[in-house]
Design a protein around this ligand. Structure first.
Ligand SMILES: Cc1ncc(COP(=O)(O)O)c(C=O)c1O
Length: 415
């Protein structure tokens, strides 16, 4: 069966919005996706029907607690976690990563080492650099390979020592789009006695995550990148979370995962979070019958990966044909399975901001700059203040949208 793109698009009301007759073309997805109606409805319904703080004896409070439990059930199913005790939810991946780093730091000793990459978004770099500064740890920098665009296991081996406590790396880059072989890298880190903290923010909208198969210790994502609300989620191995002492107020419970969730939870966003996972499972339902929610999610991703790969190929093909354009990332059509459909490029003379602004005038939404992947532009020698133009597809984008974007680019860059 083909990918039911039209049915999927009708689930997203914002895709039908036009401004003065010009449709909106959302290719800003690596920075945040649109949401299906069910996600907006779930938040609204929660605010109306179960708007209370947790822990009360009365109906709305009990209902609000159930909302948080269902959201955690959904994330357990999406990530392949063993239990909801491993699912920590918070305002953003960045804030949760600082939080976990701070809790881990209590146990790290001066002179011990951490590994951070030149491929990561700063949200998986700065928390560890801060920790290193405070605990006087040694930082080992891990470059990405400029031919494969990923972290090669041999490069990780070269920086691991018997003092390495933690390796922070990404699943997929938010600038180049390339995907790391996390299972192999996590196994190498583990063999050296180090923990692995994986940033899956860019991967999670585009692929099926299995924390058990990956063998990592922590994995972070953000639901506003996978058609949901503005929340961050960290999965942590239960026995590790159990050992960690959280920075928290005294009266709040020390139970998992609540220990790491500060203050009153964003209950309406938890409701929306469950709905965003249901959306992913619904795509699986469109593509075949039956199966647990996790199996439906897997089936949905099998369909969207194939659809997104065709969009990425068209984008890469089109960009390669424009004089003066250089793709920053995998541009070999034979290696498209090694990237998500986030395609960045630079032009010989025209600045990324100028290009993004010209596209915005045509209601085509893309990002320019380093997109917080500071270390990537530094490693490549791309001026930080310029960065790249980043075009990122999601499963609701169409071939027509890619064609229109390429046509606009050809015109803008020729002028
Ligand atoms: C790869 C990656 N990691 C982390 C983040 C930060 O996520 P959050 O906004 O939830 O803190 C982003 C946001 O763009 C990202 O792309």
């Amino acid at each position: 069966m083909g990918f039911p793109i039209e049915t999927i698009r009708t689930a997203f009301p914002s895709l039908a919005i036009a401004d003065d007759g010009t449709p909106r073309r959302y290719l800003d997805n690596p920075a945040g996706t649109q949401v299906p109606q069910r996600v907006a409805d779930a938040a609204a319904r929660c605010l109306i029907e179960s708007n209370a703080n947790l822990g009360g004896f009365f109906r709305t409070s009990i209902a609000a607690e159930a909302v948080t439990e269902r959201a955690r059930d959904a994330m357990r199913d999406m990530l392949g976690a063993a239990s909801t005790r491993e699912i920590v939810v918070g305002p953003s991946m960045t804030s949760l990563t600082f939080r976990i780093a701070r809790a881990l730091a209590r146990d790290f000793l001066p002179g011990e080492e951490i590994v951070v990459t030149r491929m990561d978004h700063d949200a998986n770099v700065a928390p560890w650099l801060t920790l290193a500064e405070e605990r006087r740890l040694t930082v080992r920098w891990l470059p990405f390979d400029e031919r494969t665009w990923r972290i090669e296991p041999a490069a990780l081996d070269a920086v691991l020592t018997d003092r390495t406590r933690l390796v922070a790396l990404n699943y997929a880059s938010n600038l180049t789009g390339s995907i790391n072989d996390v299972a192999t890298l996590a196994a190498r880190a583990k063999a050296a006695g180090a923990l692995t903290y994986v940033d899956a923010v860019q991967f999670a909208p585009h692929g099926f995550v299995d924390v058990t198969a990956l063998g990592c210790d922590f994995l972070a994502c953000s639901s506003y990148k996978f058609f949901g609300p503005h929340l961050g989620i960290v999965w942590g191995r239960e026995e590790l979370l159990e050992e960690l002492r959280a920075y928290k107020v005294r009266p709040s419970t020390n139970d998992l995962p609540w220990r790491f969730e500060l203050g009153t939870p964003q209950i309406e966003l938890f409701a929306a979070l469950e709905a965003s996972v249901e959306h992913l499972a619904w795509i699986g339902e469109l593509l075949g019958e039956g199966g647990s929610r996790r199996e439906r999610i897997r089936r949905g991703f099998a369909g969207s990966i194939a659809h997104e790969a065709t969009l990425a190929l068209e984008l890469i093909d089109g960009l390669r044909a424009i004089p003066g354009v250089r793709i920053v990332g995998i541009d070999d059509p034979g290696r498209v399975a090694h990237r998500v459909p986030t395609v960045s490029f630079v032009h010989d003379t025209i600045a990324p901001d100028t290009i993004a602004e010209a596209l915005a005038r045509e209601n085509i939404f893309v990002w320019s700059g380093h997109n917080y992947a500071l270390e990537i532009v530094r490693q490549l020698g791309i001026p930080e203040e310029r960065g790249v133009v980043r075009i990122g597809a999601a499963h609701y984008n169409t071939h027509d949208e890619i064609a229109a974007t390429l046509a606009a680019l050809r015109r803008i860059l020729a002028e």
